[in-house]
Design a protein around this ligand. Structure first.
Ligand code: ADP
Length: 397
Protein backbone atom coordinates (compact mmCIF):
# COMPACT_ATOMS: atom_id res chain seq x y z
CA UNK A 1 0.00 0.00 0.00
CA UNK A 2 1.25 3.51 -0.85
CA UNK A 3 -0.07 6.93 0.06
CA UNK A 4 -0.18 9.40 -2.79
CA UNK A 5 -1.17 13.06 -2.65
CA UNK A 6 -2.78 14.90 -5.52
CA UNK A 7 -2.10 18.63 -5.22
CA UNK A 8 -3.62 21.51 -7.18
CA UNK A 9 -1.87 24.68 -6.19
CA UNK A 10 -3.62 27.73 -7.64
CA UNK A 11 -2.89 31.44 -7.31
CA UNK A 12 -4.89 31.92 -4.10
CA UNK A 13 -5.97 28.38 -3.29
CA UNK A 14 -4.56 24.93 -2.73
CA UNK A 15 -6.51 21.71 -3.08
CA UNK A 16 -5.17 18.35 -1.90
CA UNK A 17 -6.45 14.82 -1.84
CA UNK A 18 -4.74 11.83 -0.25
CA UNK A 19 -5.18 8.39 -1.82
CA UNK A 20 -4.38 4.91 -0.69
CA UNK A 21 -3.00 3.24 -3.80
CA UNK A 22 -3.43 1.03 -5.71
CA UNK A 23 -6.89 0.73 -4.10
CA UNK A 24 -7.68 4.32 -5.17
CA UNK A 25 -9.27 4.92 -1.79
CA UNK A 26 -9.66 8.60 -0.85
CA UNK A 27 -8.28 9.10 2.66
CA UNK A 28 -8.99 12.80 2.97
CA UNK A 29 -9.45 16.04 1.05
CA UNK A 30 -8.30 19.51 1.98
CA UNK A 31 -9.04 22.90 0.52
CA UNK A 32 -7.16 26.09 1.42
CA UNK A 33 -8.74 29.25 0.07
CA UNK A 34 -7.90 32.97 0.17
CA UNK A 35 -4.18 32.40 0.50
CA UNK A 36 -2.49 35.79 0.78
CA UNK A 37 -5.64 37.57 2.00
CA UNK A 38 -6.42 38.81 5.49
CA UNK A 39 -8.36 35.68 6.51
CA UNK A 40 -7.95 32.29 4.88
CA UNK A 41 -10.36 29.34 4.89
CA UNK A 42 -9.52 25.71 5.48
CA UNK A 43 -11.84 22.80 4.77
CA UNK A 44 -10.52 19.40 5.79
CA UNK A 45 -12.63 16.35 5.07
CA UNK A 46 -12.17 12.78 6.27
CA UNK A 47 -14.39 9.84 5.43
CA UNK A 48 -16.85 10.63 8.23
CA UNK A 49 -15.95 14.11 9.38
CA UNK A 50 -15.56 17.63 8.06
CA UNK A 51 -13.59 20.43 9.75
CA UNK A 52 -13.60 24.05 8.70
CA UNK A 53 -11.46 26.83 10.07
CA UNK A 54 -10.52 30.45 9.46
CA UNK A 55 -6.82 31.21 9.83
CA UNK A 56 -4.21 33.51 8.41
CA UNK A 57 -2.72 31.92 5.29
CA UNK A 58 -0.06 34.44 4.24
CA UNK A 59 1.42 32.15 1.60
CA UNK A 60 1.34 28.64 0.11
CA UNK A 61 4.12 27.39 2.39
CA UNK A 62 2.08 28.13 5.50
CA UNK A 63 -0.99 26.44 3.95
CA UNK A 64 1.00 23.30 3.06
CA UNK A 65 2.64 23.18 6.49
CA UNK A 66 -0.83 23.30 8.08
CA UNK A 67 -1.98 20.56 5.70
CA UNK A 68 0.87 18.25 6.73
CA UNK A 69 0.17 18.89 10.43
CA UNK A 70 -3.55 18.16 9.93
CA UNK A 71 -2.73 14.84 8.22
CA UNK A 72 -0.79 13.73 11.29
CA UNK A 73 -3.20 15.23 13.83
CA UNK A 74 -6.17 13.38 12.31
CA UNK A 75 -4.24 10.13 11.97
CA UNK A 76 -4.37 10.01 8.16
CA UNK A 77 -0.62 9.36 8.29
CA UNK A 78 1.55 8.61 11.29
CA UNK A 79 4.61 10.42 9.96
CA UNK A 80 5.50 12.41 6.85
CA UNK A 81 7.53 9.40 5.67
CA UNK A 82 4.22 7.63 4.97
CA UNK A 83 3.70 9.80 1.87
CA UNK A 84 5.20 8.02 -1.14
CA UNK A 85 4.44 10.47 -3.91
CA UNK A 86 2.93 13.85 -4.70
CA UNK A 87 1.31 14.61 -8.05
CA UNK A 88 1.02 18.25 -9.06
CA UNK A 89 -1.50 19.66 -11.46
CA UNK A 90 0.48 21.75 -13.94
CA UNK A 91 -1.61 23.77 -16.36
CA UNK A 92 0.85 24.19 -19.23
CA UNK A 93 3.30 21.60 -20.46
CA UNK A 94 3.78 23.14 -23.93
CA UNK A 95 4.65 20.84 -26.81
CA UNK A 96 7.20 18.80 -24.92
CA UNK A 97 5.01 16.98 -22.42
CA UNK A 98 2.68 14.40 -23.89
CA UNK A 99 2.49 12.49 -20.61
CA UNK A 100 3.03 13.09 -16.92
CA UNK A 101 6.69 13.40 -15.87
CA UNK A 102 8.81 12.81 -12.79
CA UNK A 103 9.94 16.16 -11.45
CA UNK A 104 13.63 16.98 -11.85
CA UNK A 105 15.61 20.14 -12.58
CA UNK A 106 14.81 19.94 -16.31
CA UNK A 107 11.06 19.55 -15.80
CA UNK A 108 11.11 22.41 -13.32
CA UNK A 109 12.98 24.65 -15.77
CA UNK A 110 10.59 23.73 -18.60
CA UNK A 111 7.54 24.66 -16.51
CA UNK A 112 9.24 27.90 -15.55
CA UNK A 113 9.96 28.67 -19.20
CA UNK A 114 6.27 28.15 -20.02
CA UNK A 115 5.12 30.82 -17.56
CA UNK A 116 4.87 33.14 -20.54
CA UNK A 117 2.05 30.96 -21.92
CA UNK A 118 0.25 30.43 -18.58
CA UNK A 119 1.13 33.46 -16.45
CA UNK A 120 -1.62 32.92 -13.87
CA UNK A 121 -1.29 29.17 -13.42
CA UNK A 122 2.22 27.82 -13.96
CA UNK A 123 3.86 30.01 -11.26
CA UNK A 124 1.31 28.88 -8.64
CA UNK A 125 1.60 25.23 -9.73
CA UNK A 126 5.38 25.44 -9.51
CA UNK A 127 5.18 27.03 -6.08
CA UNK A 128 3.32 23.94 -4.82
CA UNK A 129 6.15 21.75 -6.08
CA UNK A 130 8.88 23.94 -4.60
CA UNK A 131 7.26 24.09 -1.17
CA UNK A 132 6.80 20.30 -1.14
CA UNK A 133 10.38 19.77 -2.26
CA UNK A 134 11.59 21.90 0.64
CA UNK A 135 9.36 20.19 3.20
CA UNK A 136 9.56 16.61 1.87
CA UNK A 137 12.83 16.46 -0.09
CA UNK A 138 12.85 12.67 -0.52
CA UNK A 139 9.33 12.17 -1.83
CA UNK A 140 8.71 11.35 -5.51
CA UNK A 141 7.04 14.33 -7.19
CA UNK A 142 5.24 14.17 -10.49
CA UNK A 143 3.99 16.84 -12.91
CA UNK A 144 0.60 16.10 -14.49
CA UNK A 145 -0.11 18.51 -17.33
CA UNK A 146 -3.52 19.87 -18.38
CA UNK A 147 -2.25 20.15 -21.92
CA UNK A 148 -0.75 16.63 -22.26
CA UNK A 149 -3.89 14.80 -23.42
CA UNK A 150 -4.32 17.20 -26.35
CA UNK A 151 -0.79 16.71 -27.67
CA UNK A 152 -2.06 13.93 -29.94
CA UNK A 153 -3.73 16.54 -32.19
CA UNK A 154 -2.37 16.73 -35.74
CA UNK A 155 -1.00 20.02 -37.14
CA UNK A 156 -4.13 20.38 -39.29
CA UNK A 157 -6.09 20.77 -36.03
CA UNK A 158 -3.61 22.61 -33.84
CA UNK A 159 -2.14 25.18 -36.25
CA UNK A 160 -3.64 28.66 -36.63
CA UNK A 161 -3.85 30.11 -40.13
CA UNK A 162 -1.52 33.04 -39.41
CA UNK A 163 2.04 33.39 -40.84
CA UNK A 164 3.85 30.17 -39.94
CA UNK A 165 6.83 32.12 -38.62
CA UNK A 166 4.79 32.92 -35.47
CA UNK A 167 4.50 29.23 -34.75
CA UNK A 168 8.19 28.75 -35.47
CA UNK A 169 9.25 31.71 -33.33
CA UNK A 170 6.73 31.65 -30.50
CA UNK A 171 5.03 28.26 -30.69
CA UNK A 172 1.66 29.93 -31.24
CA UNK A 173 -0.71 27.03 -31.76
CA UNK A 174 -3.70 25.38 -30.15
CA UNK A 175 -2.74 23.61 -26.91
CA UNK A 176 -6.09 22.92 -25.27
CA UNK A 177 -6.73 22.63 -21.53
CA UNK A 178 -8.79 20.52 -19.06
CA UNK A 179 -6.88 17.57 -20.57
CA UNK A 180 -6.84 15.57 -17.34
CA UNK A 181 -10.64 15.83 -17.14
CA UNK A 182 -11.14 14.92 -20.81
CA UNK A 183 -8.83 11.94 -20.33
CA UNK A 184 -10.67 10.72 -17.23
CA UNK A 185 -14.16 11.12 -18.70
CA UNK A 186 -13.39 9.56 -22.08
CA UNK A 187 -11.49 6.68 -20.41
CA UNK A 188 -14.55 6.00 -18.23
CA UNK A 189 -16.78 6.00 -21.32
CA UNK A 190 -14.43 3.57 -23.06
CA UNK A 191 -14.54 1.20 -20.13
CA UNK A 192 -18.35 1.47 -19.80
CA UNK A 193 -19.08 1.01 -23.51
CA UNK A 194 -16.14 -1.14 -24.54
CA UNK A 195 -13.52 0.17 -26.98
CA UNK A 196 -15.39 -0.91 -30.13
CA UNK A 197 -18.52 0.98 -29.13
CA UNK A 198 -16.69 4.13 -28.11
CA UNK A 199 -14.32 4.83 -30.98
CA UNK A 200 -15.69 8.38 -31.55
CA UNK A 201 -16.39 10.39 -28.39
CA UNK A 202 -17.21 14.03 -27.74
CA UNK A 203 -16.50 15.20 -24.21
CA UNK A 204 -18.17 18.41 -22.99
CA UNK A 205 -16.40 19.76 -19.88
CA UNK A 206 -18.84 22.51 -18.92
CA UNK A 207 -17.76 24.28 -15.75
CA UNK A 208 -17.09 27.92 -15.08
CA UNK A 209 -14.43 27.48 -17.72
CA UNK A 210 -15.48 25.08 -20.45
CA UNK A 211 -14.06 23.08 -23.31
CA UNK A 212 -15.04 20.26 -25.63
CA UNK A 213 -12.80 17.61 -27.09
CA UNK A 214 -13.16 15.15 -29.93
CA UNK A 215 -11.57 11.81 -29.10
CA UNK A 216 -10.93 9.00 -31.57
CA UNK A 217 -9.79 5.60 -30.28
CA UNK A 218 -8.82 7.21 -26.99
CA UNK A 219 -6.73 9.98 -28.55
CA UNK A 220 -7.68 13.64 -28.68
CA UNK A 221 -8.04 14.85 -32.28
CA UNK A 222 -9.45 18.31 -31.53
CA UNK A 223 -10.37 20.54 -28.64
CA UNK A 224 -12.07 23.89 -28.30
CA UNK A 225 -9.67 25.85 -26.07
CA UNK A 226 -6.64 27.14 -27.89
CA UNK A 227 -3.38 28.95 -27.36
CA UNK A 228 -4.98 30.06 -24.09
CA UNK A 229 -8.17 29.04 -22.26
CA UNK A 230 -9.93 32.10 -23.73
CA UNK A 231 -10.76 30.28 -26.97
CA UNK A 232 -13.66 28.03 -27.86
CA UNK A 233 -17.15 28.01 -26.40
CA UNK A 234 -18.67 30.87 -24.41
CA UNK A 235 -17.93 30.44 -20.68
CA UNK A 236 -18.87 31.93 -17.29
CA UNK A 237 -16.79 35.07 -17.76
CA UNK A 238 -14.84 34.30 -20.97
CA UNK A 239 -16.03 35.24 -24.42
CA UNK A 240 -14.72 32.13 -26.16
CA UNK A 241 -14.19 32.59 -29.92
CA UNK A 242 -14.99 36.03 -31.27
CA UNK A 243 -13.89 37.89 -34.39
CA UNK A 244 -10.26 38.75 -33.49
CA UNK A 245 -10.63 42.22 -35.06
CA UNK A 246 -12.99 43.18 -32.23
CA UNK A 247 -10.01 43.36 -29.88
CA UNK A 248 -8.13 46.05 -31.88
CA UNK A 249 -11.36 47.91 -32.66
CA UNK A 250 -12.34 48.10 -28.99
CA UNK A 251 -8.82 48.99 -27.88
CA UNK A 252 -8.99 52.04 -30.13
CA UNK A 253 -12.58 53.07 -29.35
CA UNK A 254 -12.26 52.67 -25.59
CA UNK A 255 -8.63 53.80 -25.47
CA UNK A 256 -7.62 50.65 -23.66
CA UNK A 257 -4.51 48.52 -23.99
CA UNK A 258 -4.58 45.11 -25.66
CA UNK A 259 -3.90 43.59 -22.24
CA UNK A 260 -6.94 45.34 -20.75
CA UNK A 261 -9.21 44.20 -23.59
CA UNK A 262 -7.97 40.62 -23.19
CA UNK A 263 -8.73 40.94 -19.49
CA UNK A 264 -12.30 42.07 -20.30
CA UNK A 265 -12.69 39.08 -22.63
CA UNK A 266 -11.45 36.77 -19.84
CA UNK A 267 -13.20 38.21 -16.80
CA UNK A 268 -16.20 40.31 -17.83
CA UNK A 269 -17.57 38.52 -20.87
CA UNK A 270 -19.37 35.25 -21.54
CA UNK A 271 -22.49 34.49 -19.52
CA UNK A 272 -21.73 37.34 -17.11
CA UNK A 273 -21.14 39.86 -19.88
CA UNK A 274 -24.38 39.14 -21.73
CA UNK A 275 -26.67 38.51 -18.76
CA UNK A 276 -25.18 41.22 -16.52
CA UNK A 277 -26.57 38.98 -13.78
CA UNK A 278 -23.87 36.46 -12.92
CA UNK A 279 -21.34 34.04 -14.37
CA UNK A 280 -22.97 31.23 -12.40
CA UNK A 281 -25.45 29.04 -14.25
CA UNK A 282 -27.59 28.58 -11.12
CA UNK A 283 -28.14 32.35 -10.91
CA UNK A 284 -28.89 32.45 -14.64
CA UNK A 285 -31.51 29.71 -14.29
CA UNK A 286 -33.11 31.61 -11.42
CA UNK A 287 -33.09 34.90 -13.36
CA UNK A 288 -34.65 33.19 -16.40
CA UNK A 289 -37.41 31.83 -14.16
CA UNK A 290 -38.08 35.41 -13.09
CA UNK A 291 -38.37 36.52 -16.73
CA UNK A 292 -34.91 38.08 -17.23
CA UNK A 293 -34.42 38.32 -21.03
CA UNK A 294 -30.66 38.97 -20.97
CA UNK A 295 -30.14 35.87 -18.85
CA UNK A 296 -32.23 33.91 -21.35
CA UNK A 297 -30.17 35.26 -24.25
CA UNK A 298 -26.93 34.37 -22.43
CA UNK A 299 -28.03 30.77 -21.91
CA UNK A 300 -29.33 30.48 -25.48
CA UNK A 301 -25.99 31.74 -26.84
CA UNK A 302 -24.12 29.32 -24.60
CA UNK A 303 -26.25 26.38 -25.72
CA UNK A 304 -25.90 27.28 -29.41
CA UNK A 305 -22.13 27.47 -29.18
CA UNK A 306 -21.82 24.11 -27.43
CA UNK A 307 -24.25 22.53 -29.92
CA UNK A 308 -22.33 23.91 -32.91
CA UNK A 309 -19.02 22.67 -31.52
CA UNK A 310 -20.49 19.20 -31.04
CA UNK A 311 -21.74 19.34 -34.66
CA UNK A 312 -18.33 20.28 -36.00
CA UNK A 313 -16.68 17.47 -34.03
CA UNK A 314 -19.22 14.95 -35.34
CA UNK A 315 -18.12 16.04 -38.81
CA UNK A 316 -14.41 15.69 -37.96
CA UNK A 317 -14.87 12.31 -36.26
CA UNK A 318 -17.06 11.02 -39.11
CA UNK A 319 -19.88 10.28 -36.67
CA UNK A 320 -20.15 9.93 -32.93
CA UNK A 321 -20.73 7.01 -30.56
CA UNK A 322 -21.29 9.03 -27.40
CA UNK A 323 -21.53 12.59 -26.13
CA UNK A 324 -20.29 12.98 -22.55
CA UNK A 325 -21.20 15.76 -20.13
CA UNK A 326 -19.02 16.65 -17.16
CA UNK A 327 -17.99 19.45 -14.68
CA UNK A 328 -20.26 21.83 -12.75
CA UNK A 329 -22.83 22.62 -15.44
CA UNK A 330 -22.44 19.36 -17.36
CA UNK A 331 -22.96 17.26 -14.23
CA UNK A 332 -25.69 19.33 -12.58
CA UNK A 333 -27.78 21.29 -15.05
CA UNK A 334 -30.34 18.95 -16.63
CA UNK A 335 -31.94 21.92 -18.40
CA UNK A 336 -28.69 22.99 -20.10
CA UNK A 337 -28.00 19.38 -21.17
CA UNK A 338 -31.52 19.14 -22.54
CA UNK A 339 -31.28 22.43 -24.46
CA UNK A 340 -27.91 21.42 -25.96
CA UNK A 341 -29.15 18.01 -27.09
CA UNK A 342 -32.45 19.47 -28.38
CA UNK A 343 -30.46 21.93 -30.49
CA UNK A 344 -28.82 19.06 -32.40
CA UNK A 345 -31.67 16.50 -32.39
CA UNK A 346 -32.88 17.30 -35.92
CA UNK A 347 -29.38 17.13 -37.37
CA UNK A 348 -28.15 13.99 -35.65
CA UNK A 349 -31.12 12.08 -34.22
CA UNK A 350 -29.80 12.28 -30.68
CA UNK A 351 -32.45 12.43 -27.93
CA UNK A 352 -32.57 12.22 -24.14
CA UNK A 353 -34.57 10.16 -21.69
CA UNK A 354 -36.01 13.04 -19.64
CA UNK A 355 -36.33 11.01 -16.48
CA UNK A 356 -32.72 9.86 -16.52
CA UNK A 357 -31.59 13.36 -17.48
CA UNK A 358 -33.23 14.76 -14.35
CA UNK A 359 -30.85 12.80 -12.07
CA UNK A 360 -27.79 14.59 -10.77
CA UNK A 361 -24.16 13.97 -9.89
CA UNK A 362 -23.93 10.36 -10.89
CA UNK A 363 -22.44 8.37 -13.73
CA UNK A 364 -25.42 7.58 -15.94
CA UNK A 365 -26.50 7.10 -19.53
CA UNK A 366 -29.18 9.73 -20.22
CA UNK A 367 -30.00 9.14 -23.90
CA UNK A 368 -33.32 7.62 -24.93
CA UNK A 369 -33.46 4.09 -26.32
CA UNK A 370 -34.17 5.49 -29.83
CA UNK A 371 -31.25 7.96 -29.75
CA UNK A 372 -28.73 7.54 -32.60
CA UNK A 373 -25.93 8.72 -30.31
CA UNK A 374 -25.55 7.70 -26.68
CA UNK A 375 -25.33 10.48 -24.12
CA UNK A 376 -23.75 10.13 -20.67
CA UNK A 377 -23.17 12.22 -17.58
CA UNK A 378 -19.76 11.27 -16.15
CA UNK A 379 -18.61 13.22 -13.07
CA UNK A 380 -15.02 14.19 -13.64
CA UNK A 381 -12.17 13.17 -11.32
CA UNK A 382 -8.96 14.95 -12.21
CA UNK A 383 -7.48 14.23 -8.76
CA UNK A 384 -7.71 10.50 -9.37
CA UNK A 385 -5.85 10.76 -12.71
CA UNK A 386 -3.12 12.76 -10.95
CA UNK A 387 -2.88 10.12 -8.21
CA UNK A 388 -2.85 7.25 -10.76
CA UNK A 389 -0.08 8.80 -12.86
CA UNK A 390 1.93 9.62 -9.75
CA UNK A 391 1.56 6.12 -8.36
CA UNK A 392 2.53 4.62 -11.69
CA UNK A 393 5.70 6.72 -12.00
CA UNK A 394 6.52 6.13 -8.33
CA UNK A 395 6.14 2.35 -8.77
CA UNK A 396 8.48 2.09 -11.76
CA UNK A 397 11.19 4.23 -10.18
P1 ADP B 1 -14.62 25.42 -12.43
O1 ADP B 1 -14.41 25.66 -13.88
O2 ADP B 1 -14.43 26.64 -11.58
O3 ADP B 1 -13.96 24.16 -11.87
P2 ADP B 1 -17.09 23.96 -11.93
O4 ADP B 1 -16.81 22.75 -12.71
O5 ADP B 1 -17.16 23.87 -10.45
O6 ADP B 1 -16.18 25.17 -12.33
O7 ADP B 1 -18.50 24.53 -12.45
C1 ADP B 1 -19.04 25.73 -12.00
C2 ADP B 1 -20.36 25.95 -12.76
O8 ADP B 1 -21.23 24.86 -12.46
C3 ADP B 1 -21.08 27.23 -12.37
O9 ADP B 1 -21.57 27.89 -13.52
C4 ADP B 1 -22.25 26.68 -11.58
O10 ADP B 1 -23.37 27.49 -11.71
C5 ADP B 1 -22.53 25.38 -12.25
N1 ADP B 1 -23.35 24.54 -11.39
C6 ADP B 1 -23.00 23.92 -10.24
N2 ADP B 1 -24.08 23.31 -9.69
C7 ADP B 1 -25.13 23.56 -10.51
C8 ADP B 1 -26.52 23.22 -10.51
N3 ADP B 1 -27.03 22.51 -9.53
N4 ADP B 1 -27.27 23.65 -11.54
C9 ADP B 1 -26.76 24.40 -12.52
N5 ADP B 1 -25.47 24.75 -12.59
C10 ADP B 1 -24.66 24.36 -11.61
Amino acid sequence: MSIIMSLNSGSSSCKAQLYQMPEEKVLCSALFERIGQSVGNITFELENAKHTDEVLLPNHKVAIEILLKLLIKHGVISSLDDISGIGHRIVHGGEKYKHSALFNAEVEADIEALIDLAPLHNPANLLGYRVMKELLPNVTQVAVFDTAFHQSMEPVSFMYPIPIEYYQKYRIRKYGFHGTSHLYVTSRARSILGEDQSRRLICCHLGNGGSLSAVKDGECVNTSMGFTPLAGIMMGTRSGDIDPSIMAYLAEKEELSAVKITDICNKKSGILGISQVSSDMRDIEEAINQGNKQAELARAMYVQRVGMTIGSYIAQLGGCDAILFTAGIGENSSIVRKLIIDSITDAFGVTLDDKKNSLRKQEIEISSVESKIKVFVIPTNEELVIAQDTYQLYSVN
